[in-house]
Write a protein that binds this ligand. Structure first.
Ligand SMILES: [Ca+2]
Length: 111
């Protein structure tokens, strides 16, 4: 499931893969995007996370950072708080708010 993250980047102008050495921060962004796409591509729209896809992502990718990551009711509640347009799917931007919140908690920043 894990794909190479740190040396391959998609050139959006040509659509071709090219080998580049990403910085650690660029690699982190690349991992976030590629993992979102892996989970979003499991059913329905490949651009958004369904409930099942979000549960799967949280349980497998965020088990230490998300409280009660394996508790379906807690993850449902979390998804509801992220789903700003209440369509039952999370866009990357809606999902991104979770990453920001987790990063703030992890970094010990005050909100
Ligand atoms: Ca949504």
């Amino acid at each position: 499931m894990q794909e190479s993250c740190c040396t391959t980047s998609l050139d959006h102008s040509s659509g071709k893969q090219r080998q580049v050495l990403l910085s650690s921060m660029e690699a982190a962004i690349s991992v976030l995007v590629s993992q979102f796409k892996v989970f979003a591509g499991k059913d329905g729209s490949s651009d958004t996370l369904s409930r099942d896809e979000f549960h799967s992502l949280v349980a497998s990718q965020l088990p230490n950072f998300v409280k009660n990551a394996s508790n379906p009711a807690a993850v449902d509640k979390l998804m509801g708080s992220l789903d700003e347009n209440k369509d039952g799917e999370l866009t990357f931007m809606e999902f991104w708010h979770l990453i920001g919140t987790l990063a703030i908690q992890h970094g010990g920043f005050s909100q």
